[in-house]
Design a protein around this ligand. Structure first.
Ligand SMILES: C[S@@+](CC[C@H](N)C(=O)[O-])C[C@H]1O[C@@H](n2cnc3c(N)ncnc32)[C@H](O)[C@@H]1O
Length: 216
């Protein structure tokens, strides 16, 4: 009998979770585009979970910070109702153009996406209070505290905050780390933890998702 340790089991479970998800041609092409441009996309299992969260929350109005080339956008759109609109923000014009190509490939109706090419910290301040069902944060880790603060403001009661790379590439629990990205991810998690309106959970998928539901 093989002696399977806890960490081997976790590793195999993670590999299974990723391999169990089949992405369509538009997603596969977008993922390749992202690799060429250096925009790391969410893992397939993370994408599938984003869809599930959007579907179960009937998320009609969604904001994404960090479009990249649009892989996570496609997953979010797949879970949203057909009337839903995704507002997605990225400061890089090249990524913005690639994301447009991704949405055209996937035959996403133009009215379903609002692509904003701008600095997320500026754009977010222009979005209305308590108006969005789901906010997905996946931009520059150093800005996570600022993004999470704005996301909390724009989420409607009962809405869902989802933060990607919650593990800060596996460094979040390293108390010795002085990497500013680790400290920023930890600060973002603290902002959520200290807000009584939120019910948070860390989900070990991909590089980790911090999900937190706002009270109604
Ligand atoms: C990890 S990629 C996003 C991947 C995308 N969510 C996906 O899964 O397909 C991060 C994106 O954040 C964008 N970005 C760069 N600087 C940023 C900033 N200051 N604030 C927010 N996003 C930024 C990059 O242009 C890049 O497209």
């Amino acid at each position: 009998m093989t002696d399977t340790t806890g960490s081997q089991t976790t590793e195999r479970l993670n590999a299974y979770a990723e391999s169990a998800i089949i992405e369509d041609d538009a997603m596969t092409a977008a993922r390749m585009r992202g690799e060429e441009l250096g925009a790391r996309a969410v893992s397939p299992a993370t994408g599938a979970l984003l869809s599930l969260l959007a579907r179960t929350g009937n998320a009609e109005h969604v904001v994404e910070i960090g479009t990249g080339v649009g892989v996570s956008s496609l997953w979010l759109l797949a879970g949203m109702p057909s009337t839903g609109v995704l507002t997605t923000i990225d400061p890089e014009s090249e990524h913005h153009r690639a994301a447009r190509e991704t949405f055209a490939d996937a035959e996403i109706a133009p009215g379903r996406t609002r692509l904003i090419n701008g600095a997320p910290t500026d754009v977010l301040t222009r979005l209305a209070d308590e108006s969005y069902d789901l906010v997905f944060v996946d931009g520059l880790p150093l800005s996570y505290p600022a993004f999470v603060t704005e996301a909390i403001r724009i989420l409607r009661p009962g809405g869902l905050l989802v933060v990607n790379n919650a593990s800060a590439d596996g460094t979040i629990d390293d108390r010795e780390s002085t990497d500013p990205r680790t400290l920023a991810a930890r600060e973002a998690a603290m902002i959520v933890a200290e807000d009584d309106r939120f019910l948070p959970a860390v989900i070990p998928v991909g590089t980790g998702l911090l999900a937190a539901a706002k009270s109604r």
